[in-house]
Design a protein around this ligand. Structure first.
Ligand code: PLP
Length: 367
């Protein structure tokens, strides 16, 4: 693993000395199913709307700091007020700002790993301690009682629903109990919420739980990972804090108009999301077949646009997928709790067929 030079280790803030330069381990491949992007072509009419909006936006003026037009569109969609919405440069910026505003030395962030690795990373940047309630090693389901208990002693909680990379959705009554137990703020990261069952969102709890924050992104279901746009829904005073600490121009004019055009046309993404959901179920059924099971492959049900699989020799299989088939998937086998696990993003029917055909050969031969 790469590390900072000795000179940099001496110059960065002491708590950052052990940090590693980012290595996304990215290789250009024919089929990229490694980052949970939406791999479908953007609906034609949406792309046309975005192009039209981009072509006439003034570039000489600073952006509206709070993205108010976009906020209003998002608020109307979610049935809340502008004051309940803060837009960010991707969900990642909002996660970082959450830790920056509400974490810090002496505070504890509760997480439920295996989950999104950025939580622990951002916590470490702002010297926030971590409390972890590990998921069941076989089912990957959270230990509800232990979570509620740990929430009492944590200033911050981040839980993911559907969880990346395990795919499960948090029951609403668990979210409510965690909100009631936690003396600080509870963020539910719903980056993959659009792929889940209709009643899976924690959003209805916003009215009752003033310490609940819900995170969304346009990077996944809406196929706009490149434009960097995410948003949180929360009580107005929570949004004020997000607004106060953010870098005022982090959401640029191009992002604002592209996101607004996409959100106004959001209905056009419905059929794409439906297709991804049905492809997910098809992949799940195929990977659950006896031939794979006999070769030691395990697949977990998922409400996201990805499936977690465990198999003997996972790292080898991932390398051979890349080198022999030009298919990229994410290797989690070195992550704690995820030995021999790969995460497969659900792609187009053709991409999924190519993945299945390659896995058949590789898993059966590596077993
Ligand atoms: C992708 C993702 C996000 C946010 O991604 P952005 O591209 O920064 O909007 C947040 N949480 C989880 C769990 C994700 O997988």
């Amino acid at each position: 693993m790469a590390e900072l030079s000795e000179r940099m280790r001496a110059l960065v803030q002491p708590h950052l000395a052990g940090i590693e330069p980012y290595d996304p381990n990215f290789t250009p491949t024919r089929i990229n199913l490694s980052a949970n992007e939406n791999t479908y072509p953007m609906p034609h009419e949406v792309r046309a709307e975005i192009n039209a909006a981009l072509s006439c936006v003034p570039l000489n003026r600073y952006p509206d700091p709070m993205s108010n037009e976009l906020r209003d569109e998002l608020a109307a969609w979610h049935g809340v007020a502008r004051e309940n919405v803060c837009v960010g440069n991707g969900g990642d910026e909002l996660l970082y700002n959450f830790l920056l505003a509400f974490g810090g030395p002496g505070r504890t962030l509760l997480t439920c790993p295996p989950d999104f690795s950025e939580y622990a990373f951002f916590a470490s940047l702002v010297q926030t301690d971590l409390a972890r309630v590990w998921r069941d090693p076989e089912t990957f389901l959270p230990d509800a009682a232990a979570l509620v208990d740990a929430a009492r002693a944590s200033q911050l909680v981040i839980l993911t629903s559907p969880n990346n990379p395990t795919g499960d959705v948090l029951p609403a009554d668990l979210v409510r109990q965690v909100c009631e137990a936690c003396p600080g703020l509870v963020m539910i990261d719903e980056a993959y919420g659009e792929f889940a069952e209709k009643d899976a969102s924690a959003e209805p709890l916003l009215a009752d739980c003033p310490n609940l924050v819900i995170l969304h992104t346009l990077s996944k279901a809406f196929g706009e990972a490149g434009i960097r746009c995410g948003y949180v829904l929360a009580a107005p005073d929570v949004i004020d804090a997000f607004g106060a600490i953010r870098q005022i121009y982090s959401v640029n004019v191009l992002t604002q108009v592209a996101a607004l055009a996409a959100m106004r046309s959001r209905a056009a993404f419905g059929p794409v999301v439906e297709l991804i959901r049905s492809e997910r179920e098809r992949l799940f059924r195929r990977l659950s077949r006896r031939e794979f099971a006999q070769a030691g492959l395990v697949v977990w049900p998922s409400q996201g646009n990805f499936l977690l699989v465990r198999m003997p020799g996972a790292s080898r299989v991932r390398e051979r997928l890349r080198d022999e088939y030009s298919i990229l998937v994410r290797d989690f086998s070195y992550a704690p709790g995820l030995a021999d696990c790969l995460r497969l993003t659900v792609g187009t029917p053709m991409e999924n067929d190519a993945l299945l055909a390659a896995l058949r050969v590789l898993v059966l031969s590596e077993a």
